[in-house]
Ligand binder design. Structure first.
Ligand SMILES: NC(=O)c1ccc[n+]([C@@H]2O[C@H](COP(=O)([O-])OP(=O)(O)OC[C@H]3O[C@@H](n4cnc5c(N)ncnc54)[C@H](OP(=O)(O)O)[C@@H]3O)[C@@H](O)[C@H]2O)c1
Length: 350
């Protein structure tokens, strides 16, 4: 059994640790907390040991803690960093590298520039093998992961007949659990979004991909609006949908009116954290006009990166082949079953 510590217990850290606890090959040492709030009790109530920074020990005198983050790191084989964007880099420099501990970082970090955490941005569909045996790897963010699940299968199928991809990311304002974060009544424009450049790290730096982003006041997923240009006449919508029939983490839905319908269904089916862990092609919105296919898909912002972190962990810790890792991840996340349930519920009505 390998020992894993999850540093950070927010939207992403709490999900990762909950699935790792179900993994018979992993011994979860515990989670790192930085603020002495109710989430310490929540973690304890779930049977998790809570560790805090040595310098903050006094702040937690009224809470049950198991020790310092520094000591937890000494005992682990790998750390999954789930810190707010930018803190992962600081943790790498101050904690993980000095202690020689392999680490997975989340999408709020960077793989370029002076604060790069790794030279690899992971996307299991595109570059699983490159992560095998590596010590520091960043998992792509939710939008970057979602785009990969659509772009890679399209490229596999249509290759040279693709001319360009234009994507507008409609991003959610906050996560469902972030109740302290108020939604602002505005549509915010994002200057120079990082997502296109991040995708190109695995899709190819010269890929004809053009990304714009706006943020809208919702907690219910991201929506990507994608136009795909072809050299000559574009394929029919049915040909596009067929590509995703057996794709991991992609469900094709016909009757969801909006992103909340999908979330509500996940909740009614008691999916963990109300996550689907996938993207949802809104098939009723796919059109083919001349040389262009227009499509839309929603991206489960918090859920989508969790099975990806699990795949990455297996490459780094166990050096498993893609197929072995895939089968093990599937045994824990049951993605095929979730996909089938979603597709049946939102099936086309004749
Ligand atoms: N939320 C999403 O939808 C989403 C999706 C994909 C990727 N990501 C990425 O995942 C990362 C985490 O995001 P999140 O949404 O989970 O954030 P979050 O909900 O704000 O949680 C952050 C957690 O990190 C802890 N923390 C604070 N300082 C830390 C430090 N120096 N080192 C380690 N942990 C620290 C916080 O502890 P306290 O609460 O105790 O202060 C909190 O538990 C970011 O890189 C983000 O970009 C987020």
């Amino acid at each position: 059994m390998k020992k894993v510590f999850v540093n950070g217990y927010g939207s992403i850290g709490s999900r990762i640790v909950s699935f790792l606890k179900d993994d018979p090959e992993i011994n979860v040492i515990g989670v790192g907390k930085y603020s002495p709030d109710d989430k310490v009790n929540l973690a304890n109530s779930k049977g998790l040991d809570v560790y805090v920074p040595e310098r903050k020990l006094n702040d937690f005198s009224n809470h049950k803690i198991a020790g310092t983050i520094e000591s937890a790191l000494d005992a682990c084989d790998l750390v999954v960093d789930a810190a707010p964007g930018g803190h992962g880099f600081k943790n790498k420099k101050n904690l993980y590298e000095p202690k020689n501990i392999p680490a997975i970082y989340q999408g709020g970090e960077s793989t370029t520039g002076s604060e790069s955490v790794s030279d690899l941005l992971f996307n299991s569909r595109a570059n699983y093998d490159l992560a095998i045996g590596k010590s520091h790897v960043m998992q792509g963010s939710c939008n970057v992961t979602g785009m990969g699940r659509v772009l890679e299968p399209l490229r596999d199928r249509f290759g040279d007949s693709l001319i360009r991809f234009d994507v507008t990311l409609v991003r959610r304002w906050a996560d469902i659990e972030q109740t302290e974060k108020k939604l602002s009544d505005t549509i915010e424009m994002t200057e120079k979004p990082h997502h296109g450049d991040d995708v190109k790290l695995y899709f190819g730096k010269d890929a004809p991909l053009y990304v714009r982003a706006i943020k809208v006041p919702t907690r219910q997923m991201h929506l990507h609006i994608m136009d795909i240009r072809f050299k000559s006449v574009a394929p029919k919508p049915s040909e596009i949908h067929d590509i995703f029939r057996n794709e991991f983490g992609v469900a094709t839905l016909w009757t969801a009116k909006g992103t909340k319908d999908v979330r509500d269904y996940a909740q009614s089916m008691e999916f963990n954290f109300t996550d689907t862990n996938m993207i949802h092609i809104h098939a009723n919105m796919t059109t083919s006009i001349g040389d262009t296919v227009q499509m839309m898909y929603s991206d489960d912002q918090t859920g989508i990166v969790i099975p990806e972190n699990h795949m990455l962990l297996q490459a780094m810790l166990f050096e498993k082949s893609y197929q072995e890792a895939f089968n093990h991840t599937e045994s824990i996340f049951h993605m095929k079953e979730k996909k089938q349930k979603l597709e049946t519920h939102f099936a086309k009505k004749d």
